[in-house]
Design a protein around this ligand. Structure first.
Ligand SMILES: NC(=O)c1ccc[n+]([C@@H]2O[C@H](COP(=O)([O-])OP(=O)(O)OC[C@H]3O[C@@H](n4cnc5c(N)ncnc54)[C@H](OP(=O)(O)O)[C@@H]3O)[C@@H](O)[C@H]2O)c1
Length: 295
Protein backbone atom coordinates (compact mmCIF):
# COMPACT_ATOMS: atom_id res chain seq x y z
CA UNK A 1 0.00 0.00 0.00
CA UNK A 2 1.11 3.54 -0.68
CA UNK A 3 0.24 6.30 1.78
CA UNK A 4 -0.05 10.07 1.65
CA UNK A 5 0.76 12.33 4.58
CA UNK A 6 -2.06 14.81 5.18
CA UNK A 7 -1.45 18.43 6.20
CA UNK A 8 -1.72 17.50 9.90
CA UNK A 9 0.75 14.59 9.64
CA UNK A 10 -1.87 11.79 9.53
CA UNK A 11 -1.04 8.99 7.07
CA UNK A 12 -3.86 7.99 4.71
CA UNK A 13 -3.85 4.96 2.37
CA UNK A 14 -3.92 5.96 -1.31
CA UNK A 15 -6.46 3.20 -2.02
CA UNK A 16 -9.59 2.32 -0.10
CA UNK A 17 -12.99 0.71 -0.53
CA UNK A 18 -16.16 2.81 -0.92
CA UNK A 19 -19.63 1.60 0.06
CA UNK A 20 -21.98 4.07 -1.64
CA UNK A 21 -24.93 2.15 -3.13
CA UNK A 22 -23.92 -0.99 -1.22
CA UNK A 23 -27.19 -2.10 0.35
CA UNK A 24 -27.62 -2.91 4.04
CA UNK A 25 -28.20 -6.55 3.03
CA UNK A 26 -24.90 -6.90 1.17
CA UNK A 27 -22.71 -4.39 3.00
CA UNK A 28 -21.40 -6.52 5.88
CA UNK A 29 -20.28 -9.30 3.52
CA UNK A 30 -18.77 -6.81 1.06
CA UNK A 31 -16.71 -5.05 3.72
CA UNK A 32 -15.60 -8.42 5.13
CA UNK A 33 -14.53 -9.43 1.61
CA UNK A 34 -12.73 -6.12 1.09
CA UNK A 35 -10.82 -6.47 4.36
CA UNK A 36 -9.96 -10.07 3.48
CA UNK A 37 -8.69 -8.99 0.05
CA UNK A 38 -6.40 -6.52 1.83
CA UNK A 39 -8.17 -3.14 1.88
CA UNK A 40 -7.46 -1.19 5.06
CA UNK A 41 -9.40 1.98 4.25
CA UNK A 42 -13.22 2.07 4.18
CA UNK A 43 -15.32 5.04 3.04
CA UNK A 44 -18.93 5.27 4.22
CA UNK A 45 -21.32 8.12 5.03
CA UNK A 46 -24.34 8.85 7.20
CA UNK A 47 -26.41 9.15 4.03
CA UNK A 48 -25.46 5.65 2.80
CA UNK A 49 -27.42 4.15 5.70
CA UNK A 50 -24.89 1.32 6.06
CA UNK A 51 -22.64 2.48 8.91
CA UNK A 52 -24.02 -0.26 11.19
CA UNK A 53 -23.10 -2.94 8.64
CA UNK A 54 -19.63 -1.43 8.13
CA UNK A 55 -19.14 -1.47 11.91
CA UNK A 56 -20.31 -5.09 12.16
CA UNK A 57 -17.91 -6.16 9.40
CA UNK A 58 -14.92 -4.42 10.99
CA UNK A 59 -15.81 -5.95 14.35
CA UNK A 60 -16.15 -9.46 12.88
CA UNK A 61 -13.11 -9.24 10.58
CA UNK A 62 -10.52 -9.68 13.29
CA UNK A 63 -8.49 -6.85 11.73
CA UNK A 64 -7.29 -4.50 14.46
CA UNK A 65 -9.13 -1.18 14.47
CA UNK A 66 -5.81 0.70 14.46
CA UNK A 67 -4.93 -0.96 11.14
CA UNK A 68 -8.06 0.41 9.43
CA UNK A 69 -8.51 3.94 8.12
CA UNK A 70 -12.22 4.60 8.62
CA UNK A 71 -14.04 7.49 6.96
CA UNK A 72 -17.59 8.71 7.33
CA UNK A 73 -19.37 11.87 6.21
CA UNK A 74 -21.86 14.17 7.90
CA UNK A 75 -25.09 14.63 5.93
CA UNK A 76 -26.58 18.10 5.39
CA UNK A 77 -29.58 17.57 7.69
CA UNK A 78 -27.10 17.26 10.57
CA UNK A 79 -25.29 20.51 9.83
CA UNK A 80 -24.96 23.22 12.44
CA UNK A 81 -22.64 22.81 15.43
CA UNK A 82 -24.69 20.84 17.95
CA UNK A 83 -26.42 18.55 15.48
CA UNK A 84 -23.22 17.77 13.61
CA UNK A 85 -21.41 16.90 16.83
CA UNK A 86 -24.24 14.64 18.00
CA UNK A 87 -24.48 12.98 14.57
CA UNK A 88 -20.76 12.16 14.50
CA UNK A 89 -20.99 10.56 17.93
CA UNK A 90 -23.99 8.55 16.68
CA UNK A 91 -22.01 7.49 13.59
CA UNK A 92 -19.17 6.34 15.84
CA UNK A 93 -21.64 4.27 17.87
CA UNK A 94 -23.02 2.67 14.71
CA UNK A 95 -19.49 2.02 13.46
CA UNK A 96 -18.56 0.53 16.88
CA UNK A 97 -15.54 2.76 17.25
CA UNK A 98 -14.37 5.43 19.65
CA UNK A 99 -12.57 7.42 16.95
CA UNK A 100 -12.74 8.15 13.23
CA UNK A 101 -9.72 8.42 10.98
CA UNK A 102 -11.45 10.89 8.68
CA UNK A 103 -14.76 12.73 8.87
CA UNK A 104 -15.96 14.84 5.96
CA UNK A 105 -18.77 17.31 5.44
CA UNK A 106 -20.63 15.60 2.60
CA UNK A 107 -22.00 18.64 0.76
CA UNK A 108 -21.34 22.41 0.59
CA UNK A 109 -24.87 23.48 1.59
CA UNK A 110 -26.67 24.73 4.72
CA UNK A 111 -24.72 25.56 7.90
CA UNK A 112 -21.45 23.89 6.97
CA UNK A 113 -19.41 26.38 9.01
CA UNK A 114 -21.20 25.30 12.20
CA UNK A 115 -20.73 21.66 11.25
CA UNK A 116 -17.06 22.23 10.47
CA UNK A 117 -16.50 23.81 13.89
CA UNK A 118 -17.97 20.65 15.41
CA UNK A 119 -15.46 18.55 13.44
CA UNK A 120 -12.63 20.84 14.55
CA UNK A 121 -13.65 20.44 18.20
CA UNK A 122 -14.04 16.65 17.90
CA UNK A 123 -10.59 16.59 16.34
CA UNK A 124 -9.16 18.60 19.24
CA UNK A 125 -10.81 16.11 21.63
CA UNK A 126 -9.04 13.25 19.83
CA UNK A 127 -12.21 11.69 18.42
CA UNK A 128 -11.35 12.38 14.75
CA UNK A 129 -7.81 12.15 13.38
CA UNK A 130 -8.44 14.06 10.14
CA UNK A 131 -11.29 16.30 9.00
CA UNK A 132 -12.37 17.52 5.62
CA UNK A 133 -14.97 18.37 3.05
CA UNK A 134 -16.58 16.79 0.02
CA UNK A 135 -18.04 18.28 -3.16
CA UNK A 136 -16.55 21.67 -2.30
CA UNK A 137 -15.64 23.21 -5.63
CA UNK A 138 -12.61 25.52 -5.68
CA UNK A 139 -14.57 28.62 -4.60
CA UNK A 140 -16.13 26.94 -1.51
CA UNK A 141 -12.85 25.13 -0.73
CA UNK A 142 -10.87 28.39 -0.71
CA UNK A 143 -13.56 30.01 1.44
CA UNK A 144 -13.47 27.39 4.19
CA UNK A 145 -9.71 26.84 3.96
CA UNK A 146 -9.24 30.59 4.49
CA UNK A 147 -11.89 31.51 7.06
CA UNK A 148 -12.22 28.40 9.23
CA UNK A 149 -9.89 27.82 12.19
CA UNK A 150 -8.08 25.02 10.37
CA UNK A 151 -7.48 24.04 6.76
CA UNK A 152 -9.35 20.82 5.81
CA UNK A 153 -7.11 17.80 5.42
CA UNK A 154 -9.10 16.27 2.51
CA UNK A 155 -11.58 17.28 -0.19
CA UNK A 156 -13.43 14.34 -1.77
CA UNK A 157 -14.73 15.25 -5.23
CA UNK A 158 -15.84 13.50 -8.43
CA UNK A 159 -12.56 12.72 -10.20
CA UNK A 160 -11.95 10.31 -13.10
CA UNK A 161 -10.47 10.36 -16.61
CA UNK A 162 -13.45 12.28 -18.04
CA UNK A 163 -13.55 14.84 -15.20
CA UNK A 164 -10.01 15.23 -13.91
CA UNK A 165 -10.41 18.30 -11.66
CA UNK A 166 -7.16 19.75 -12.95
CA UNK A 167 -7.97 23.37 -12.03
CA UNK A 168 -9.58 22.46 -8.70
CA UNK A 169 -6.58 20.30 -7.78
CA UNK A 170 -4.24 23.25 -8.38
CA UNK A 171 -6.11 25.12 -5.66
CA UNK A 172 -6.21 22.10 -3.36
CA UNK A 173 -2.44 21.76 -3.75
CA UNK A 174 -2.00 25.47 -3.10
CA UNK A 175 -3.94 25.23 0.19
CA UNK A 176 -2.48 21.85 1.22
CA UNK A 177 -5.81 20.00 0.90
CA UNK A 178 -5.52 16.37 -0.26
CA UNK A 179 -7.74 15.46 -3.22
CA UNK A 180 -9.70 12.21 -2.90
CA UNK A 181 -11.62 10.85 -5.92
CA UNK A 182 -15.20 9.76 -5.63
CA UNK A 183 -16.34 7.69 -8.60
CA UNK A 184 -12.72 7.03 -9.65
CA UNK A 185 -14.16 5.13 -12.65
CA UNK A 186 -16.98 7.65 -13.15
CA UNK A 187 -19.18 4.65 -12.22
CA UNK A 188 -18.36 3.34 -15.69
CA UNK A 189 -20.26 6.15 -17.46
CA UNK A 190 -19.20 7.06 -20.99
CA UNK A 191 -18.09 3.43 -21.58
CA UNK A 192 -15.17 4.04 -19.25
CA UNK A 193 -14.43 0.33 -18.72
CA UNK A 194 -14.00 -0.26 -22.48
CA UNK A 195 -12.20 2.95 -23.32
CA UNK A 196 -9.74 1.99 -26.11
CA UNK A 197 -7.00 4.45 -25.08
CA UNK A 198 -6.93 3.19 -21.49
CA UNK A 199 -7.32 -0.46 -22.58
CA UNK A 200 -4.30 -0.21 -24.87
CA UNK A 201 -2.14 1.36 -22.17
CA UNK A 202 -3.20 -1.32 -19.67
CA UNK A 203 -2.50 -4.15 -22.09
CA UNK A 204 1.21 -3.20 -22.13
CA UNK A 205 1.37 -4.12 -18.46
CA UNK A 206 -1.15 -6.99 -18.47
CA UNK A 207 -3.60 -4.76 -16.55
CA UNK A 208 -7.31 -4.09 -16.97
CA UNK A 209 -8.87 -0.69 -17.68
CA UNK A 210 -9.94 -0.45 -14.03
CA UNK A 211 -6.41 -1.14 -12.78
CA UNK A 212 -4.91 1.33 -15.26
CA UNK A 213 -7.31 4.07 -14.15
CA UNK A 214 -6.54 3.50 -10.45
CA UNK A 215 -2.79 3.51 -11.13
CA UNK A 216 -3.19 6.78 -13.10
CA UNK A 217 -5.00 8.40 -10.16
CA UNK A 218 -2.46 7.19 -7.62
CA UNK A 219 0.54 8.35 -9.67
CA UNK A 220 -1.11 11.77 -9.93
CA UNK A 221 -1.44 11.94 -6.13
CA UNK A 222 -5.20 11.32 -6.05
CA UNK A 223 -6.55 9.07 -3.27
CA UNK A 224 -9.06 6.50 -4.63
CA UNK A 225 -11.93 4.57 -3.06
CA UNK A 226 -13.40 2.34 -5.80
CA UNK A 227 -16.62 0.47 -5.06
CA UNK A 228 -17.50 -3.04 -6.15
CA UNK A 229 -19.80 -5.64 -4.66
CA UNK A 230 -17.87 -8.38 -6.49
CA UNK A 231 -14.96 -9.90 -4.60
CA UNK A 232 -12.97 -10.62 -7.77
CA UNK A 233 -13.27 -6.97 -8.82
CA UNK A 234 -12.27 -5.85 -5.31
CA UNK A 235 -9.11 -7.96 -5.74
CA UNK A 236 -8.55 -6.61 -9.27
CA UNK A 237 -8.89 -3.03 -8.03
CA UNK A 238 -6.50 -3.69 -5.14
CA UNK A 239 -3.80 -5.15 -7.38
CA UNK A 240 -2.34 -1.88 -8.68
CA UNK A 241 0.96 -1.53 -6.84
CA UNK A 242 3.15 -3.76 -9.03
CA UNK A 243 3.40 -1.57 -12.13
CA UNK A 244 4.00 2.05 -13.11
CA UNK A 245 2.64 4.15 -15.93
CA UNK A 246 5.08 6.24 -17.97
CA UNK A 247 4.74 10.00 -18.35
CA UNK A 248 3.52 9.30 -21.89
CA UNK A 249 0.79 6.92 -20.61
CA UNK A 250 -0.33 9.52 -18.09
CA UNK A 251 -0.42 12.25 -20.73
CA UNK A 252 -2.57 10.04 -23.00
CA UNK A 253 -5.15 9.53 -20.21
CA UNK A 254 -4.93 13.22 -19.27
CA UNK A 255 -5.97 14.00 -22.87
CA UNK A 256 -9.33 12.23 -22.28
CA UNK A 257 -10.48 14.98 -19.90
CA UNK A 258 -13.83 16.59 -20.73
CA UNK A 259 -13.49 18.83 -17.65
CA UNK A 260 -17.17 18.45 -16.80
CA UNK A 261 -19.18 16.30 -14.44
CA UNK A 262 -20.49 12.93 -15.61
CA UNK A 263 -23.22 13.32 -12.97
CA UNK A 264 -24.34 16.87 -12.13
CA UNK A 265 -23.03 20.24 -11.03
CA UNK A 266 -23.31 21.34 -7.42
CA UNK A 267 -23.64 24.87 -8.77
CA UNK A 268 -26.82 24.12 -10.72
CA UNK A 269 -29.77 25.80 -8.90
CA UNK A 270 -32.08 22.91 -9.85
CA UNK A 271 -29.66 20.47 -8.22
CA UNK A 272 -29.41 22.57 -5.07
CA UNK A 273 -33.21 22.48 -4.84
CA UNK A 274 -33.06 18.70 -5.37
CA UNK A 275 -30.69 18.45 -2.39
CA UNK A 276 -33.01 20.56 -0.25
CA UNK A 277 -35.90 18.21 -1.08
CA UNK A 278 -33.75 15.15 -0.36
CA UNK A 279 -32.70 16.56 3.01
CA UNK A 280 -36.35 17.05 3.98
CA UNK A 281 -37.20 13.49 2.95
CA UNK A 282 -34.19 11.98 4.70
CA UNK A 283 -34.78 14.03 7.84
CA UNK A 284 -38.20 12.46 8.02
CA UNK A 285 -36.77 8.93 7.46
CA UNK A 286 -34.03 9.56 10.00
CA UNK A 287 -36.47 10.80 12.64
CA UNK A 288 -38.75 7.80 12.23
CA UNK A 289 -35.85 5.32 12.27
CA UNK A 290 -34.53 6.97 15.44
CA UNK A 291 -37.93 6.63 17.04
CA UNK A 292 -37.91 2.91 16.27
CA UNK A 293 -34.23 2.61 17.36
CA UNK A 294 -33.85 -0.13 14.79
CA UNK A 295 -30.11 0.07 14.18
N1 LIG B 1 -18.65 12.25 -1.53
C1 LIG B 1 -19.56 11.96 -2.41
O1 LIG B 1 -20.47 12.76 -2.72
C2 LIG B 1 -19.51 10.63 -3.10
C3 LIG B 1 -20.30 10.40 -4.25
C4 LIG B 1 -20.19 9.15 -4.87
C5 LIG B 1 -19.32 8.20 -4.36
N2 LIG B 1 -18.59 8.44 -3.24
C6 LIG B 1 -17.64 7.44 -2.68
O2 LIG B 1 -16.77 7.00 -3.73
C7 LIG B 1 -16.89 5.58 -3.85
C8 LIG B 1 -16.67 5.15 -5.28
O3 LIG B 1 -17.55 5.83 -6.15
P1 LIG B 1 -18.76 5.11 -6.90
O4 LIG B 1 -19.13 3.90 -6.16
O5 LIG B 1 -19.81 6.12 -7.10
O6 LIG B 1 -18.19 4.78 -8.34
P2 LIG B 1 -16.94 3.98 -8.96
O7 LIG B 1 -16.11 3.37 -7.88
O8 LIG B 1 -16.30 4.88 -9.96
O9 LIG B 1 -17.66 2.84 -9.79
C9 LIG B 1 -18.38 1.80 -9.21
C10 LIG B 1 -18.99 0.98 -10.36
O10 LIG B 1 -17.95 0.35 -11.10
C11 LIG B 1 -18.14 -1.05 -11.12
N3 LIG B 1 -16.81 -1.66 -10.99
C12 LIG B 1 -15.96 -1.58 -9.93
N4 LIG B 1 -14.80 -2.20 -10.19
C13 LIG B 1 -14.91 -2.69 -11.45
C14 LIG B 1 -14.04 -3.43 -12.28
N5 LIG B 1 -12.82 -3.77 -11.85
N6 LIG B 1 -14.47 -3.78 -13.52
C15 LIG B 1 -15.70 -3.42 -13.96
N7 LIG B 1 -16.58 -2.71 -13.20
C16 LIG B 1 -16.18 -2.36 -11.97
C17 LIG B 1 -19.03 -1.36 -9.95
O11 LIG B 1 -19.84 -2.47 -10.21
P3 LIG B 1 -20.05 -3.71 -9.16
O12 LIG B 1 -20.27 -3.13 -7.79
O13 LIG B 1 -21.24 -4.40 -9.72
O14 LIG B 1 -18.81 -4.55 -9.26
C18 LIG B 1 -19.90 -0.11 -9.86
O15 LIG B 1 -20.97 -0.19 -10.78
C19 LIG B 1 -18.30 5.30 -3.33
O16 LIG B 1 -18.53 3.95 -3.02
C20 LIG B 1 -18.35 6.22 -2.13
O17 LIG B 1 -17.65 5.65 -1.04
C21 LIG B 1 -18.68 9.66 -2.61
Amino acid sequence: MEFVTLNNGVQMPMLGYGVYQVTQEECEKCVLDALDVGYRSIDTAQSYFNEVQVGNAIHKSGVARRDIFLTTKVWIEHYGYEQAKASVLESMEKLQTDYLDLCLLHQPFSDYYGAYRALEDLQSEGKIRAIGISNFYADRMIDIASFARSVPQVNQVETHPFNQQTEAKKYMDKYGVQIEAWAPFGEGRGDMFTNPVIAEIGSKYGKTVAQTILRWHIQKGVVVIPKSTHRERMAENFNVFDFSLTDEDIAAINALDKAESSFFSHNDPAMVEWFVKMVEERKHQHDSSKEKKNW
